[in-house]
Design a protein around this ligand. Structure first.
Ligand code: NZQ
Ligand code: ZN
Length: 387
C-alpha cells in the first residue's frame, strides 16, 4: 500500500426530501448565490421550483445562469465568471449533473483570480483558491458532487481538459434519489458506466497489498451491476436509484483509490470522443473500457483474474489464468450490452477516421496510464480494438 492523504469535506444530505435542508445550510453563511443549471430538465421535474423555494426561505439574493450543455463549454464558464465578479457572489450552486457541477467549479475557480481560466486547464497556472460550490445532484454518474475535478471543453480547439485540486471539492451535496427518476434510460446507464469506470481506474492497479480497497472496489462494482439490472427492469425503483446514487459519489471521492496507484488512461482516451464528436461521457467509456482491458490485461494477469473470479464468480477450475481473465472481460462487455450501451465505435455511430489526431490529443502531456503506460501507438491500437 502506498502512503496517501485523504480529504473529503463535502457534507452530504441524502434521501427523499433532503432539499428541505438547503435553507438551513445557506442561512447566515451565504448572501449572494449563482444558481447554475443545464438546459431545462430541472424545470420539468420540479427540482428548480423546490430549489427556488429554499433560496427564498434562506433569504439569499440569487442570480441565474442556465444553459450548460453536456461536455460543458468554456464560453459559458467565462460568462459565469463575469456574473460572479460583477455581483460579488459568494456561492455557486450547481443544480444538475456532472456538466453543470464542472461548469460551476470552473466558474468558482475563475472568479477567485484575475488570471485567465483556461490557463489552469493548460497547466500554466497553479490553483490556489476557489469560491465555494454547492450541489443539488440530479444524475448519479461523475461523482463531481464530491470530487476534486472539473472537466471543460474549449470549443475553439476541441480540447477537453481537467483541473484537479482539493479546493474544487463542493462544500455540500444534496442528493435525493427521487430527482433521478426522470432520467431517460440512456443517461441512467451512461451514468452507471461512468460510476463503474471510476472504480476501474483505481481497481486495475499494479500496487500490491491493497486488500481493503480491493474489496471495497469489488463490492461497489457488484452492487452497481446488480442495481443497474434492477433499473433495466423497473426505472422507477427508488431503492435501486438510491444505491446507484450512493455508489456514484463514493466511487469518485477518492475512497476507492486509497493507497493505490490510479490509472486514468481510459478516461483520457474516451475524452477525445467527447471532444471531437460530443459523445456522452459514459457512452465513450463503454466503448473504450472493454478495448483497454483487452489491450492491457496481459500486463497484470493477476488483477484481471481476480476481477473475473470475485466480481463475476467465473470458475477457474482447470483453466489457465489468461482464459479466466478474458472471460471476466467478456462478462463485463456482455453486461454493458444487456443494459443497452454501445461497446464499439461502430455501434456508437462514431467515425473511425481520426485515430491519429485523437491519440495525439490524448498524449498532449506525454504518455498516459499506470497499469500499462501507453504511448500514441498504443492508444491508436486501443481505438482500433474498439472499432
Ligand atoms: O441539460 P439538462 O437539462 O440538465 O439535462 C441533462 C443532460 O442532458 C440530463 N439530466 C440530468 N439530470 C436529469 C436529466 N434529465 C432528466 N432528469 C434528470 N434528473 O442528462 C444529460 C446529461 O447531463 P450531464 O450533466 O452532462 O451528465 P453527467 O453527470 O454524466 O456529466 C458528464 C460530464 O462530467 C464530466 C464528463 O467528462 C462530462 O463532461 N466528468 C466529470 C468528472 C468530475 N468532475 O469529477 C469526472 C468524470 O469522469 C467526468 O469526466
Ligand atoms: Zn468519468
Amino acid at each position: 500500500m502506498k502512503n496517501f492523504s485523504f480529504y473529503s469535506p463535502t457534507m452530504i444530505k441524502f434521501g427523499e426530501g433532503s432539499i428541505t435542508k438547503l435553507n438551513t445550510i445557506l442561512m447566515g453563511k451565504y448572501k449572494r448565490v449563482l444558481l447554475h443549471y443545464g438546459r431545462g430538465s430541472i424545470k420539468k421535474n420540479g427540482v428548480y421550483d423546490g430549489t427556488i423555494d429554499e433560496l427564498k426561505k434562506a433569504g439569499v439574493k440569487f442570480f441565474e445562469l442556465g444553459g450548460v450543455k453536456p461536455n460543458p463549454r468554456l464560453s459559458l464558464v467565462r460568462e459565469g465568471i463575469k456574473i460572479v465578479k460583477d455581483n460579488s457572489i459568494d456561492l455557486v450552486l450547481a443544480v444538475g449533473g456532472g456538466s453543470v457541477i464542472d461548469s460551476a467549479k470552473a466558474i468558482a475557480l475563475g472568479a477567485a483570480t484575475e488570471k485567465d481560466i483556461w490557463d489552469y486547464f493548460l497547466g500554466k497556472e497553479r490553483v490556489k483558491d476557489a469560491l465555494p460550490v454547492g450541489v443539488i445532484l440530479t444524475i448519479p454518474a461523475t461523482g463531481s458532487e464530491a470530487s476534486m475535478g472539473t472537466v471543460i471543453t474549449n470549443e475553439e480547439n476541441s480540447l477537453k481538459l481537467s483541473v484537479n485540486h482539493d479546493v474544487l471539492r463542493p462544500v455540500f451535496a444534496i442528493m435525493d434519489p427521487t430527482y433521478t427518476l426522470s432520467l431517460p434510460e440512456n443517461q441512467t446507464f451512461a451514468g452507471v458506466m461512468d460510476i463503474l469506470s471510476h472504480v476501474f481506474e483505481r481497481y486495475f492497479t499494479n500496487t500490491p497489498n491493497v486488500d481493503f480497497t480491493d474489496y471495497l472496489c469489488e463490492g461497489t462494482i457488484k452492487s452497481v451491476i446488480k442495481n443497474a439490472y434492477s433499473l433495466k427492469k423497473e426505472s422507477q425503483d427508488y431503492s435501486a436509484r438510491a444505491e446507484i446514487m450512493l455508489a456514484g459519489t463514493f466511487a469518485h471521492n477518492g475512497l476507492m483509490g486509497l493507497g493505490r496507484q490510479d490509472d486514468w488512461a481510459s478516461h483520457i482516451i474516451a475524452h477525445q470522443l467527447s471532444a471531437l464528436y460530443d459523445t456522452t461521457h459514459g457512452v465513450s467509456l463503454a466503448i473504450i473500457f472493454p478495448a483497454w482491458m483487452k489491450y492491457v490485461y496481459k500486463d497484470n494477469l493477476e488483477i484481471f483474474n481476480k476481477f473475473a473470479l470475485n466480481v463475476f464468480n467465473i470458475s477457474d477450475a482447470g483453466k489457465p489464468k489468461e482464459r479466466v481473465a478474458l472471460e471476466g472481460i467478456e462478462k463485463f462487455q456482455s453486461f454493458l450490452m444487456k443494459i443497452g450501451l454501445p461497446t464499439t465505435l461502430r455501434e456508437g455511430n462514431i467515425p473511425r477516421d481520426e485515430f491519429f489526431r485523437m491519440a495525439e490529443m490524448a498524449t498532449i502531456n506525454g504518455p498516459i496510464g499506470a497499469l500499462k503506460v501507453l504511448n500514441r501507438e498504443d492508444i491508436i491500437n486501443i481505438y482500433k480494438l474498439a472499432e
